[in-house]
Unconditional design. Structure first.
Length: 448
Protein backbone atom coordinates (compact mmCIF):
# COMPACT_ATOMS: atom_id res chain seq x y z
CA UNK A 1 0.00 0.00 0.00
CA UNK A 2 1.28 3.30 -0.85
CA UNK A 3 1.08 5.94 1.86
CA UNK A 4 0.88 9.64 1.12
CA UNK A 5 2.11 12.23 3.71
CA UNK A 6 1.00 15.92 3.85
CA UNK A 7 3.39 18.73 4.42
CA UNK A 8 2.69 20.60 7.71
CA UNK A 9 0.91 23.99 7.32
CA UNK A 10 3.24 26.64 8.86
CA UNK A 11 0.61 29.38 8.63
CA UNK A 12 -1.56 27.81 11.32
CA UNK A 13 1.35 27.73 13.76
CA UNK A 14 2.14 31.40 13.17
CA UNK A 15 -1.45 32.42 13.78
CA UNK A 16 -1.53 30.51 17.02
CA UNK A 17 1.70 32.12 18.24
CA UNK A 18 0.46 35.59 17.31
CA UNK A 19 -2.83 34.99 19.09
CA UNK A 20 -1.04 33.92 22.24
CA UNK A 21 1.21 37.00 21.98
CA UNK A 22 -1.69 39.43 21.64
CA UNK A 23 -3.58 37.74 24.45
CA UNK A 24 -0.51 38.19 26.63
CA UNK A 25 -0.30 41.88 25.71
CA UNK A 26 -3.97 42.39 26.49
CA UNK A 27 -3.58 40.59 29.79
CA UNK A 28 -0.62 42.75 30.79
CA UNK A 29 -2.48 45.92 29.76
CA UNK A 30 -5.57 44.92 31.68
CA UNK A 31 -3.47 44.10 34.72
CA UNK A 32 -1.80 47.52 34.50
CA UNK A 33 -5.17 49.26 34.41
CA UNK A 34 -6.32 47.24 37.40
CA UNK A 35 -3.27 48.46 39.35
CA UNK A 36 -3.23 52.00 37.90
CA UNK A 37 -6.83 52.94 38.54
CA UNK A 38 -6.63 52.66 42.37
CA UNK A 39 -3.29 54.52 42.38
CA UNK A 40 -4.70 57.37 40.30
CA UNK A 41 -7.79 57.47 42.46
CA UNK A 42 -5.71 57.81 45.60
CA UNK A 43 -3.57 60.51 43.96
CA UNK A 44 -6.69 62.44 42.99
CA UNK A 45 -8.00 62.20 46.53
CA UNK A 46 -4.67 63.43 47.93
CA UNK A 47 -4.66 66.35 45.50
CA UNK A 48 -8.21 67.23 46.48
CA UNK A 49 -7.33 67.15 50.18
CA UNK A 50 -4.23 69.27 49.60
CA UNK A 51 -6.29 71.85 47.72
CA UNK A 52 -8.97 71.81 50.40
CA UNK A 53 -6.33 72.17 53.12
CA UNK A 54 -4.79 75.17 51.38
CA UNK A 55 -8.18 76.85 51.03
CA UNK A 56 -9.04 76.16 54.67
CA UNK A 57 -5.71 77.60 55.89
CA UNK A 58 -6.16 80.67 53.66
CA UNK A 59 -9.62 81.17 55.16
CA UNK A 60 -7.97 81.57 58.56
CA UNK A 61 -5.63 84.26 57.20
CA UNK A 62 -8.59 86.11 55.69
CA UNK A 63 -10.52 85.98 58.97
CA UNK A 64 -7.52 87.25 60.94
CA UNK A 65 -7.06 90.21 58.58
CA UNK A 66 -10.75 91.10 58.79
CA UNK A 67 -10.60 90.94 62.57
CA UNK A 68 -7.53 93.22 62.60
CA UNK A 69 -9.23 95.82 60.40
CA UNK A 70 -12.26 95.82 62.67
CA UNK A 71 -10.12 96.50 65.75
CA UNK A 72 -8.02 99.26 64.19
CA UNK A 73 -10.73 101.00 62.18
CA UNK A 74 -14.17 100.05 63.49
CA UNK A 75 -17.16 100.68 61.22
CA UNK A 76 -18.98 103.86 62.15
CA UNK A 77 -15.88 105.58 63.51
CA UNK A 78 -15.85 104.01 66.96
CA UNK A 79 -12.78 103.89 69.17
CA UNK A 80 -10.00 101.65 67.91
CA UNK A 81 -8.57 98.89 70.07
CA UNK A 82 -5.08 97.51 70.55
CA UNK A 83 -5.35 94.03 68.98
CA UNK A 84 -2.97 92.32 71.41
CA UNK A 85 -4.33 94.00 74.55
CA UNK A 86 -5.78 91.92 77.35
CA UNK A 87 -9.49 91.35 76.80
CA UNK A 88 -9.24 92.20 73.09
CA UNK A 89 -7.19 89.38 71.59
CA UNK A 90 -9.57 86.40 71.25
CA UNK A 91 -9.06 83.09 73.01
CA UNK A 92 -7.95 79.95 71.17
CA UNK A 93 -11.52 78.70 71.01
CA UNK A 94 -12.67 82.02 69.51
CA UNK A 95 -9.92 81.79 66.88
CA UNK A 96 -10.96 78.27 65.85
CA UNK A 97 -13.65 77.63 63.23
CA UNK A 98 -15.17 74.26 62.27
CA UNK A 99 -16.16 73.96 58.62
CA UNK A 100 -17.64 70.46 58.61
CA UNK A 101 -16.53 67.25 56.90
CA UNK A 102 -13.65 67.03 59.40
CA UNK A 103 -12.11 70.39 58.41
CA UNK A 104 -11.31 73.28 60.78
CA UNK A 105 -8.80 76.14 61.05
CA UNK A 106 -7.19 78.17 63.81
CA UNK A 107 -5.24 81.42 63.47
CA UNK A 108 -2.94 83.44 65.67
CA UNK A 109 -1.14 86.79 65.52
CA UNK A 110 2.58 87.14 66.22
CA UNK A 111 3.55 90.83 66.72
CA UNK A 112 6.97 91.94 65.51
CA UNK A 113 9.65 93.35 67.81
CA UNK A 114 8.34 96.95 67.62
CA UNK A 115 4.62 96.20 67.89
CA UNK A 116 2.75 96.10 71.19
CA UNK A 117 3.43 94.40 73.58
CA UNK A 118 7.04 94.16 72.33
CA UNK A 119 7.33 97.85 71.43
CA UNK A 120 5.39 101.07 70.96
CA UNK A 121 5.58 101.71 67.20
CA UNK A 122 2.11 102.98 66.17
CA UNK A 123 2.48 101.26 62.79
CA UNK A 124 1.80 97.67 63.74
CA UNK A 125 3.22 94.63 61.97
CA UNK A 126 2.21 91.02 62.51
CA UNK A 127 2.78 87.52 61.22
CA UNK A 128 -0.52 85.70 60.77
CA UNK A 129 -0.19 81.93 61.21
CA UNK A 130 -3.23 79.89 60.17
CA UNK A 131 -3.37 76.10 60.49
CA UNK A 132 -5.84 73.83 58.72
CA UNK A 133 -6.90 70.70 60.61
CA UNK A 134 -8.31 67.47 59.19
CA UNK A 135 -10.07 65.33 61.77
CA UNK A 136 -8.32 67.33 64.53
CA UNK A 137 -4.86 66.71 63.07
CA UNK A 138 -2.71 69.54 61.66
CA UNK A 139 -2.83 69.25 57.88
CA UNK A 140 -1.68 72.53 56.30
CA UNK A 141 -0.22 75.87 57.44
CA UNK A 142 -0.39 79.30 55.84
CA UNK A 143 1.58 82.40 56.87
CA UNK A 144 1.15 86.04 55.94
CA UNK A 145 3.21 89.10 56.88
CA UNK A 146 0.92 92.11 57.35
CA UNK A 147 1.74 95.70 58.25
CA UNK A 148 -0.63 98.52 59.07
CA UNK A 149 -0.86 101.08 56.30
CA UNK A 150 1.19 104.12 57.26
CA UNK A 151 0.94 107.72 56.14
CA UNK A 152 4.43 108.46 57.45
CA UNK A 153 5.91 108.47 53.94
CA UNK A 154 4.25 111.85 53.35
CA UNK A 155 6.14 114.98 54.28
CA UNK A 156 2.72 116.63 54.50
CA UNK A 157 -0.81 115.32 54.01
CA UNK A 158 -3.82 117.63 54.19
CA UNK A 159 -7.43 116.57 54.08
CA UNK A 160 -9.03 120.02 53.70
CA UNK A 161 -7.28 123.12 52.39
CA UNK A 162 -9.05 126.38 53.36
CA UNK A 163 -9.83 128.73 50.48
CA UNK A 164 -8.12 131.61 52.31
CA UNK A 165 -4.85 129.72 52.89
CA UNK A 166 -1.85 129.67 50.54
CA UNK A 167 1.45 127.79 50.59
CA UNK A 168 4.26 130.25 49.82
CA UNK A 169 7.25 129.05 47.79
CA UNK A 170 10.36 131.16 48.34
CA UNK A 171 13.97 130.92 47.27
CA UNK A 172 14.81 130.15 50.91
CA UNK A 173 12.15 127.44 51.32
CA UNK A 174 13.53 124.10 52.49
CA UNK A 175 12.82 121.06 50.30
CA UNK A 176 10.08 118.71 51.46
CA UNK A 177 11.38 115.37 52.74
CA UNK A 178 8.66 113.28 51.13
CA UNK A 179 5.53 113.43 48.99
CA UNK A 180 3.03 116.23 49.63
CA UNK A 181 -0.67 115.60 49.00
CA UNK A 182 -3.89 117.57 49.47
CA UNK A 183 -7.37 116.02 49.32
CA UNK A 184 -8.60 119.35 48.02
CA UNK A 185 -7.60 122.18 45.68
CA UNK A 186 -4.01 123.23 46.43
CA UNK A 187 -3.36 126.98 46.55
CA UNK A 188 0.23 128.18 46.07
CA UNK A 189 1.87 131.60 46.16
CA UNK A 190 5.14 132.69 44.57
CA UNK A 191 5.71 136.02 46.40
CA UNK A 192 9.17 136.64 44.85
CA UNK A 193 8.01 136.04 41.31
CA UNK A 194 11.01 135.80 38.97
CA UNK A 195 13.30 136.00 41.98
CA UNK A 196 12.14 132.52 42.92
CA UNK A 197 12.15 131.07 39.41
CA UNK A 198 15.70 132.31 38.76
CA UNK A 199 17.07 131.18 42.13
CA UNK A 200 19.26 128.12 42.58
CA UNK A 201 18.73 125.25 44.95
CA UNK A 202 17.00 121.92 45.23
CA UNK A 203 13.37 121.67 44.06
CA UNK A 204 10.82 122.37 46.79
CA UNK A 205 8.82 119.21 46.19
CA UNK A 206 11.53 116.57 46.01
CA UNK A 207 8.98 113.75 45.89
CA UNK A 208 6.22 115.49 43.98
CA UNK A 209 3.05 117.44 44.78
CA UNK A 210 -0.41 115.97 44.22
CA UNK A 211 -3.91 117.26 44.85
CA UNK A 212 -7.28 115.59 44.55
CA UNK A 213 -9.06 118.81 43.60
CA UNK A 214 -8.45 120.85 40.48
CA UNK A 215 -8.70 124.62 39.97
CA UNK A 216 -10.60 125.18 36.73
CA UNK A 217 -8.90 128.45 35.73
CA UNK A 218 -5.45 126.85 35.63
CA UNK A 219 -3.45 124.91 33.06
CA UNK A 220 -2.13 122.49 35.68
CA UNK A 221 -5.08 122.42 38.09
CA UNK A 222 -3.37 124.39 40.89
CA UNK A 223 -4.42 127.81 42.12
CA UNK A 224 -1.60 130.39 42.14
CA UNK A 225 -2.33 133.47 44.21
CA UNK A 226 -1.87 136.60 42.06
CA UNK A 227 -1.02 134.33 39.12
CA UNK A 228 -4.36 132.80 38.11
CA UNK A 229 -6.32 133.41 41.31
CA UNK A 230 -6.91 136.98 42.52
CA UNK A 231 -4.56 138.22 39.81
CA UNK A 232 -2.93 137.32 36.50
CA UNK A 233 0.75 138.15 37.02
CA UNK A 234 2.68 135.81 34.72
CA UNK A 235 5.66 135.74 37.10
CA UNK A 236 3.48 134.22 39.82
CA UNK A 237 2.72 130.99 37.95
CA UNK A 238 4.85 128.30 36.26
CA UNK A 239 3.26 128.50 32.81
CA UNK A 240 2.40 131.06 30.13
CA UNK A 241 0.00 131.19 27.21
CA UNK A 242 2.24 128.78 25.28
CA UNK A 243 2.14 126.12 27.97
CA UNK A 244 4.37 124.88 30.81
CA UNK A 245 7.72 126.60 31.41
CA UNK A 246 10.07 123.68 32.00
CA UNK A 247 12.63 125.59 34.08
CA UNK A 248 9.93 126.86 36.46
CA UNK A 249 8.42 123.44 37.04
CA UNK A 250 11.94 122.05 37.57
CA UNK A 251 12.44 124.66 40.32
CA UNK A 252 9.17 123.60 41.92
CA UNK A 253 9.51 119.83 41.80
CA UNK A 254 11.98 117.08 41.09
CA UNK A 255 10.55 115.63 37.90
CA UNK A 256 9.23 118.95 36.64
CA UNK A 257 5.71 119.26 35.27
CA UNK A 258 5.06 115.51 35.53
CA UNK A 259 5.53 115.67 39.31
CA UNK A 260 2.87 118.38 39.79
CA UNK A 261 -0.43 116.52 39.50
CA UNK A 262 -3.98 117.75 40.13
CA UNK A 263 -6.99 115.45 39.99
CA UNK A 264 -5.05 112.67 41.73
CA UNK A 265 -6.69 109.93 43.75
CA UNK A 266 -7.77 110.84 47.26
CA UNK A 267 -5.66 109.55 50.15
CA UNK A 268 -8.08 108.33 52.84
CA UNK A 269 -7.27 109.44 56.36
CA UNK A 270 -8.17 107.41 59.45
CA UNK A 271 -11.88 107.47 60.31
CA UNK A 272 -10.99 108.62 63.81
CA UNK A 273 -7.98 109.73 65.82
CA UNK A 274 -8.47 107.32 68.69
CA UNK A 275 -5.69 105.03 67.48
CA UNK A 276 -3.36 108.05 67.23
CA UNK A 277 -4.41 109.12 70.72
CA UNK A 278 -3.59 105.64 71.98
CA UNK A 279 -0.23 105.74 70.20
CA UNK A 280 0.59 109.05 71.91
CA UNK A 281 -0.40 107.93 75.41
CA UNK A 282 0.27 104.20 75.07
CA UNK A 283 -1.85 101.22 74.12
CA UNK A 284 -3.16 99.40 77.16
CA UNK A 285 -1.39 101.96 79.39
CA UNK A 286 -1.99 101.19 83.08
CA UNK A 287 -2.37 104.87 84.02
CA UNK A 288 -5.47 106.80 82.88
CA UNK A 289 -5.47 109.67 80.40
CA UNK A 290 -4.70 113.07 81.99
CA UNK A 291 -7.67 115.13 83.13
CA UNK A 292 -5.85 118.48 83.46
CA UNK A 293 -4.58 120.64 80.60
CA UNK A 294 -0.88 120.25 79.90
CA UNK A 295 1.82 118.52 77.87
CA UNK A 296 2.55 114.92 78.81
CA UNK A 297 4.91 112.14 77.74
CA UNK A 298 4.18 108.68 79.04
CA UNK A 299 6.12 105.43 79.38
CA UNK A 300 4.64 101.94 79.02
CA UNK A 301 6.81 98.98 79.98
CA UNK A 302 9.88 101.21 79.96
CA UNK A 303 9.23 102.51 76.43
CA UNK A 304 8.44 106.16 75.79
CA UNK A 305 5.29 106.76 73.74
CA UNK A 306 4.38 110.04 72.02
CA UNK A 307 3.46 113.57 73.07
CA UNK A 308 -0.04 113.84 74.55
CA UNK A 309 -1.48 117.36 74.87
CA UNK A 310 -4.60 117.92 76.92
CA UNK A 311 -6.41 121.06 75.77
CA UNK A 312 -5.78 123.64 73.05
CA UNK A 313 -2.39 124.66 71.67
CA UNK A 314 -1.85 128.38 71.11
CA UNK A 315 1.30 127.80 69.10
CA UNK A 316 3.42 124.78 68.14
CA UNK A 317 6.85 125.23 66.60
CA UNK A 318 8.96 122.48 65.04
CA UNK A 319 12.68 123.06 64.83
CA UNK A 320 16.26 121.83 65.00
CA UNK A 321 19.20 122.80 67.22
CA UNK A 322 19.61 126.15 68.94
CA UNK A 323 19.92 126.92 72.64
CA UNK A 324 17.70 127.65 75.63
CA UNK A 325 18.35 128.78 79.21
CA UNK A 326 19.52 125.88 81.34
CA UNK A 327 18.82 127.41 84.74
CA UNK A 328 15.34 127.40 86.30
CA UNK A 329 13.08 130.40 86.45
CA UNK A 330 14.18 132.94 89.07
CA UNK A 331 12.25 136.11 89.87
CA UNK A 332 10.18 135.79 86.72
CA UNK A 333 13.18 135.54 84.37
CA UNK A 334 15.74 132.97 83.33
CA UNK A 335 19.45 133.42 84.10
CA UNK A 336 21.37 133.93 80.86
CA UNK A 337 24.50 132.04 81.89
CA UNK A 338 25.28 128.48 80.74
CA UNK A 339 22.66 128.04 78.01
CA UNK A 340 22.06 124.45 76.95
CA UNK A 341 22.74 123.56 73.30
CA UNK A 342 20.49 121.07 71.51
CA UNK A 343 23.08 120.26 68.82
CA UNK A 344 21.51 118.88 65.64
CA UNK A 345 18.57 117.33 67.44
CA UNK A 346 14.96 118.05 66.50
CA UNK A 347 12.43 119.46 68.95
CA UNK A 348 8.81 120.48 69.41
CA UNK A 349 7.88 123.64 71.34
CA UNK A 350 4.33 123.81 72.65
CA UNK A 351 2.60 126.92 73.97
CA UNK A 352 -0.83 126.52 75.53
CA UNK A 353 -3.36 129.32 76.13
CA UNK A 354 -3.37 130.97 79.51
CA UNK A 355 -0.97 133.77 80.28
CA UNK A 356 2.22 135.32 79.00
CA UNK A 357 4.20 133.03 81.30
CA UNK A 358 3.57 130.18 78.86
CA UNK A 359 5.18 131.60 75.73
CA UNK A 360 7.55 130.23 73.11
CA UNK A 361 9.10 133.67 72.55
CA UNK A 362 10.34 134.02 76.14
CA UNK A 363 11.29 130.32 76.58
CA UNK A 364 8.37 129.72 78.93
CA UNK A 365 6.72 127.02 76.83
CA UNK A 366 7.27 123.26 76.88
CA UNK A 367 10.13 121.95 74.71
CA UNK A 368 10.48 118.24 73.90
CA UNK A 369 13.85 117.34 72.35
CA UNK A 370 14.55 114.04 70.58
CA UNK A 371 18.24 113.20 70.98
CA UNK A 372 18.60 111.33 67.70
CA UNK A 373 21.93 112.80 66.57
CA UNK A 374 23.82 114.51 69.40
CA UNK A 375 24.06 114.15 73.16
CA UNK A 376 23.02 117.14 75.29
CA UNK A 377 24.95 118.33 78.34
CA UNK A 378 23.19 120.12 81.21
CA UNK A 379 25.47 122.38 83.30
CA UNK A 380 25.62 122.57 87.12
CA UNK A 381 22.59 124.29 88.62
CA UNK A 382 20.14 122.81 86.13
CA UNK A 383 17.26 120.88 87.65
CA UNK A 384 16.91 117.40 86.15
CA UNK A 385 14.18 115.00 87.22
CA UNK A 386 13.57 117.05 90.37
CA UNK A 387 17.21 117.28 91.51
CA UNK A 388 19.63 120.21 91.17
CA UNK A 389 22.82 119.14 89.39
CA UNK A 390 26.04 119.71 91.32
CA UNK A 391 28.06 118.83 88.23
CA UNK A 392 27.32 118.77 84.53
CA UNK A 393 25.44 115.74 83.22
CA UNK A 394 25.30 114.45 79.65
CA UNK A 395 22.10 112.99 78.25
CA UNK A 396 23.07 110.35 75.62
CA UNK A 397 21.83 109.88 72.07
CA UNK A 398 18.70 107.75 71.97
CA UNK A 399 17.09 109.65 74.85
CA UNK A 400 14.37 112.29 75.13
CA UNK A 401 14.70 115.56 77.03
CA UNK A 402 11.71 117.64 78.09
CA UNK A 403 12.14 121.27 79.20
CA UNK A 404 9.17 122.56 81.16
CA UNK A 405 7.89 126.17 81.19
CA UNK A 406 9.63 126.83 84.52
CA UNK A 407 13.01 125.84 83.06
CA UNK A 408 13.34 122.46 84.76
CA UNK A 409 14.20 119.32 82.80
CA UNK A 410 12.91 115.76 82.64
CA UNK A 411 14.81 112.99 80.84
CA UNK A 412 13.80 109.59 79.48
CA UNK A 413 16.15 106.84 78.33
CA UNK A 414 14.19 106.04 75.14
CA UNK A 415 13.01 108.05 72.13
CA UNK A 416 9.50 109.19 71.25
CA UNK A 417 7.54 107.25 68.64
CA UNK A 418 6.88 110.42 66.60
CA UNK A 419 3.19 110.86 67.45
CA UNK A 420 1.85 114.22 68.68
CA UNK A 421 -1.80 114.31 69.73
CA UNK A 422 -3.89 117.21 71.05
CA UNK A 423 -7.41 116.97 72.42
CA UNK A 424 -8.26 120.51 71.27
CA UNK A 425 -7.21 122.90 68.49
CA UNK A 426 -3.69 123.71 67.35
CA UNK A 427 -4.15 127.37 66.47
CA UNK A 428 -0.72 127.87 64.87
CA UNK A 429 1.68 125.18 63.63
CA UNK A 430 4.91 126.20 61.93
CA UNK A 431 8.65 125.64 61.69
CA UNK A 432 10.99 123.04 60.21
CA UNK A 433 10.03 119.40 60.60
CA UNK A 434 13.10 117.19 60.69
CA UNK A 435 12.26 113.53 60.48
CA UNK A 436 8.84 111.92 60.60
CA UNK A 437 6.04 113.13 62.88
CA UNK A 438 2.34 112.44 62.97
CA UNK A 439 0.43 115.43 64.36
CA UNK A 440 -3.27 114.85 65.03
CA UNK A 441 -5.98 116.78 66.83
CA UNK A 442 -9.58 116.20 67.79
CA UNK A 443 -10.62 119.55 66.30
CA UNK A 444 -8.49 121.53 63.81
CA UNK A 445 -4.96 122.67 62.93
CA UNK A 446 -4.01 126.06 61.49
CA UNK A 447 -0.72 125.91 59.57
CA UNK A 448 1.44 128.98 59.33
Amino acid sequence: MKLNSKKPNSKRGSILVMSIFFMLILFITASAFIVLLPVESRAAQRSERQTSGALVADAGVTEAMSWLRFQLSPPGGGASKEPMASGVYPSQAQRTTNLGDGWSYRWELIPDSETYPNGSNPVRAYTIVSKAYRNNRAFREARAEVIQESLSKYAALYDNWPSNLVQPLRSTSAPAEGPVHVNDVMRLWIPEGNGFWNSTGDPIYTHGLTATGSYNSSQDGFAYYQGNWYGSNSSKRPYDNSGPIASRYARMADGGRDAIVAGADSVPLPQNTFDIRDAAWGFDAPNPLPSSNGVYINEVNGELQGIYIKGDVEEMELGVGGTQPSQPLSGGTFPTNDPVSYGNNSWVKIEQPGSATNSIDNNKATTVVTLDEDSVTLPPGAILNGSTLAASQTIPVGSTLMRKPDGTFESHSTELNGVVYATGDIKDLWGVNKGRRTVAVVKSISIK
